[in-house]
Design a binder for this molecule. Structure first.
Ligand SMILES: Cc1cc2nc3c(=O)[nH]c(=O)nc-3n(C[C@H](O)[C@H](O)[C@H](O)COP(=O)(O)OP(=O)(O)OC[C@H]3O[C@@H](n4cnc5c(N)ncnc54)[C@H](O)[C@@H]3O)c2cc1C
Length: 276
């Protein structure tokens, strides 16, 4: 849609050229920004001209620029031992109206939207990502992905602060995983998206619960818990009020699905199968 409040679109070659003020907004893929009126915004600052390399592989892991188009992540071919990278493709196809958003939106734009159904959030938390943030003043700071989203459409970014990149460590990329997602239609918005991962040589479990709750929740177990242990850990960690409620599912339904999928993931990763 046309954004009638926008007076200027800036295309800086460096973010240092931007003197931030109220009314400014970073523009990534624009799939959300151009989807509804933006009455408080008068200037867009396009991140595309910064030309950050989208994906950089090293022995330590994968660096994803915030401006990396989601479609590029979907096409990424990883070293074969990075078995968890199948999750990239699964999460890239976990959008409502997948193909439209997939081709234009960016990884960072999805994370900064901070919606419960943000699949790039689910992905980067499950793969133990570290986000690099660029405040408008002061030094860059790094935070674990799991600490970034604080609620529905809420996160830790300060005014003008930029998400620069996401780092996924090789230790997470080489873990086995189990993935469960529920949406009311095939290309629907996620009602629940839960991912479990496990070290191939250990008996641990890292469970990441997203979309069902207004902010992501991660549970870490040194050993795969019993059904009862898992259930009571979820009960203690997730209060009823944290389950999200919208037209894609009531909070009671999301709570039910969380237990159901978490147990499936637990049982799947408790078996040492072909991955080991
Ligand atoms: C039909 C349709 C279906 C959708 N389905 C989903 C869905 O299933 N799940 C979901 O989560 N979202 C969905 N969305 C919302 C949105 O399109 C996606 O979240 C998308 O990934 C946003 O990415 P973008 O690059 O287009 O961000 P933009 O629209 O460009 O920006 C989104 C917000 O993030 C800010 N921003 C962008 N990049 C940065 C950065 N690097 N640092 C700081 N701030 C930044 C922008 O200022 C803006 O506030 C949907 C939208 C539409 C129109």
């Amino acid at each position: 849609m046309d954004l009638t409040t926008i007076k200027e679109v800036k295309r800086p070659e460096s973010v240092d050229m931007v003197a931030w003020r109220e009314g400014y907004a970073w523009l990534a893929g624009g799939t959300w920004l151009f989807s509804e009126p933006q009455l408080t915004i008068d200037t867009l600052i396009d991140l595309e001209q910064l030309h950050w390399p989208a994906l950089q592989i090293s022995e330590e892991g994968l660096d994803i620029a915030a401006t990396c188009p989601i479609v590029e992540l979907e096409r990424f071919v990883a070293p074969p031992q990075w078995i968890a990278t199948s999750l990239l493709n699964k999460c890239c196809h976990s959008f409502l109206a997948s193909f439209k958003v997939l081709n234009t939106a960016t990884v960072g734009g999805n994370i900064c939207m901070s919606l419960p159904a943000g699949p790039m959030i689910s992905l980067t938390i499950a793969l133990e990502g570290i986000y690099t943030l660029w405040p408008r003043e002061g030094s860059p700071r790094q935070i674990p992905a799991v600490q970034f989203v604080t609620g529905n459409h809420m996160n830790v970014l300060q005014p003008g602060e930029l998400l620069r990149s996401i780092y996924l460590p090789v230790t997470a990329l080489t873990r086995r995983f189990a993935f469960r997602r529920l949406s009311s239609t095939h290309f629907g918005r996620s009602t629940s998206l839960i991912i479990g991962t496990q070290d191939r040589h250990k008996d641990d479990l890292l469970l990441t619960i997203t979309a069902a709750t207004s902010r992501p929740v991660q549970l870490r177990f040194d050993q795969v818990p019993s059904t009862h242990e898992l259930r009571s850990c979820i009960e203690t960690t997730i209060p009823e009020t944290l389950y999200f409620d919208d037209p894609y599912g009531t909070s009671a339904y999301r709570r039910h699905i969380t237990y159901y999928y978490a147990e499936q993931i637990r049982a799947e990763l408790a078996q040492k199968g072909a991955w080991a």
